[in-house]
Design a protein around this ligand. Sequence first.
Ligand SMILES: [Fe+2]
Length: 408
Amino acid sequence: MTTTLGTKYDVGGVLLDRPFKIRRLGHFGFNVVNMDEAKRFYIDLLGFKISDVAGFFTQRLTDEQRAKLKSQEGGFFTRHNTDHHTFVLFNKQAMDMLRGVEYNPVTINQITWQVGSLQEVGDAAKWLSEQGAPLQRVGRDMPGSNWHAYVNDPDGHTNELYYGIEQVGWEGYSKPRSMYNRGFREAPELPQINEFQEVQDALSEGIDLESGYRHIEELEPKYDVQGIKLPRPFKITRIGPVGLFVDDLEDAVAYYRDTLGFEVTEEMQHEGERVVHLRANTEHHAMTLAPMSLRSKLGMSDHTTSAFFGCQVANYRQLKDACDFLEENGVRVDRNPPAALRPGMDYVAHVWDPDGHCIQLYYYMEQIGWDGRVRQPSERRPVAFQWPDAVEPLPDAYNGEVFLGPWG
Ligand SMILES: [Fe+2]
């Protein structure tokens, strides 16, 4: 694959090396075999709220195929903020059956990045094709309403670039299915009408705006979480970073750096293997790439190419309480994961979902400023094996992407 670096593209009036700029991780997903247990883990324990139920693809299976499924649930779109979905959970057995695949170590459903405009999505799709990056599809998916382009990385992970995901408001309703007529299966002609106009059109057609899915929290809100009663003693306030095990580290780094435009922040070594951390914005890293040969050395599950999925909680107190809460609920918790997987992150816990995916919980992420300077390892404070009750602030504590709106 070649990249035409040096050619400048006008991205909203700023001349960049490629015609789009990834701003943040928008959503992520796993395909799991143990759907019912995973639903308890991600919804009840971690607190993602269901925004829509995806029964559509299990319906495409034959009766004989369906009988072989461990769970009849197709999947769930879920969110931790007002984005329609920030985490999706799909039935791996059903997906593999539909694709006719026997063995599939890619259990990541998608890695989805927000770009800055609908124009950027279209220009990215065209440019990626020209670079020889395999483009899966473009258009606008419902549920979620985000305009997108899907591309594969060299290891077969689906990356999605999007603009404008549906926002779920205080009423808690997702967009009703009767508004799905604005879905697209091809690149849209530009310009498109804006979303307010879509809602006005729906109202004039007599569509009930409160007929979409609405999540009901079933657990008792018995925890006082810094002044708000919640069903769990913490709140996930941000998603990412994403960690991948890859077959060819050089290829993967080149793809994420040169094709998608990430910047390499820091390289670490673990048991003689390189681990590369890359960023899209001011966070120390949004992506971590490690060679496949490191997976077993880290004791990670060999069923998946996912190294971890990061979830940030609101503060250090919540991180400690989350670990205790998850342990009380039978989840495996490791409070001292390998340093190579968490530079710039201070105190971190790895917890495991029922299929064996690692979730990386943390509260602090080092921020990189305009000059791109990264704190040297010697400038970082040592992380104590026994976690302290409280920690001294770092200069960039509580900086970076801010959570908007109430916690529950
Ligand atoms: Fe997506």
